[in-house]
Write a protein that binds this ligand. Structure first.
Ligand code: ZN
Length: 290
């Protein structure tokens, strides 16, 4: 089988062809400019490769309500040329194959749940912490949607008493993304995350915010495992700090076999940064099955 996969991001569009086992046979990366420039390149790539279906994991927010007349449209985005753009409809019409669609982070959650470290678990969460914070939620074997899709990057957190940073999100001074995404780290400390690797106080504070978010997600969504990905999580020293603070904040309230070993409960991604594109392959396969 030849399955198309598109990871649509704010800076690049990763186009790939894979098979039904999640193997990636080839891929290219196209810069994200305006739809008028970028979309014909994507369409040509997939047309030339005779794909049987396409799966898309996109930046958002995106309308995922199948009953909505604007299903598959990017909604509001700082990338203005893409606001209210019919991503799904344009590709569906041009390629004439089944098209599956979800958020980029839901695609990553699905890739890991199908072929990675959360395979076989009915409930799991994938969180990406990079330029922004996104959360993909896999519940009872399906991705969680609802009126839109989870926007867990914007949950409100208690600020650390010693943190005087004003926050970066234009909507919420104390949401997760506002306090803990890559640009917040850079603005608060005056350097990029990877340049701060040996500054203990940076990661102490960062793990305080990540752990708070994880406690909230755990209490609300009851995951059996949480994956922490994204550029900032390449700072691997964060993992033990986050687990320790998670334990402190939860304070023994939940007692499950999953939480007995936090090294297997809070984990990094397992698919060599292919989890997103592999999730797109699975989105396409699900669409064929329908
Ligand atoms: Zn926010």
């Amino acid at each position: 089988m030849r399955i198309g996969a598109l990871e649509a991001g704010g800076t690049k569009m990763v186009c790939a062809v894979g098979d039904e086992n999640g193997n990636i046979l080839e891929r290219i990366s196209i810069p994200t400019e305006t739809p008028a420039i970028t979309m014909p390149k994507i369409i040509d790539y997939f047309k030339e490769r005779n794909i049987e279906a396409l799966g898309i994991g996109t930046f958002g927010p995106v309308d995922l309500d199948k009953k909505s007349p604007t299903y598959g449209y990017i909604t509001v985005t700082p990338k203005l040329a893409w606001a209210h753009y019919d991503l799904y409809g344009t590709l569906k019409e041009a390629l004439q194959v089944p098209v599956g669609l979800d958020t980029d982070v839901n695609a990553s959650a699905l890739g890991e749940a199908t072929w990675g470290i959360t395979k076989g678990l009915d409930n799991s969460i994938y969180i990406t912490i990079g330029t922004g914070v996104g959360i993909g939620v896999y519940v009872d074997g399906k991705l969680l949607h609802g009126m839109l899709h989870p926007e867990g990057g914007h949950i409100l957190l208690a600020k650390h008493p010693d943190d005087n940073y004003k926050g970066r999100c234009p909507f919420h001074p104390n949401c997760m993304e506002s306090l803990a995404a890559g640009p917040a780290v850079e603005e608060r400390w005056g350097k990029k995350g990877y340049e701060l690797a040996d500054r203990e106080e940076v990661w102490e504070l960062e793990s305080y915010y990540i752990a708070q978010a994880l406690v909230n997600y755990t209490l609300m969504l009851s995951p059996r495992r949480i994956i922490l990905g994204g550029g900032l999580m390449h700072q691997e020293q964060l993992f033990p700090l986050v687990r320790k603070k998670f334990q402190e904040l939860l304070n023994g309230y939940l007692k499950t076999k999953e939480l007995e070993d936090l090294e297997t409960f809070i984990v990094p991604p397992s698919l060599n940064d292919n989890q997103g594109i592999m999730g797109c392959i699975k989105l396409a396969l699900n669409e064929i099955e329908k």
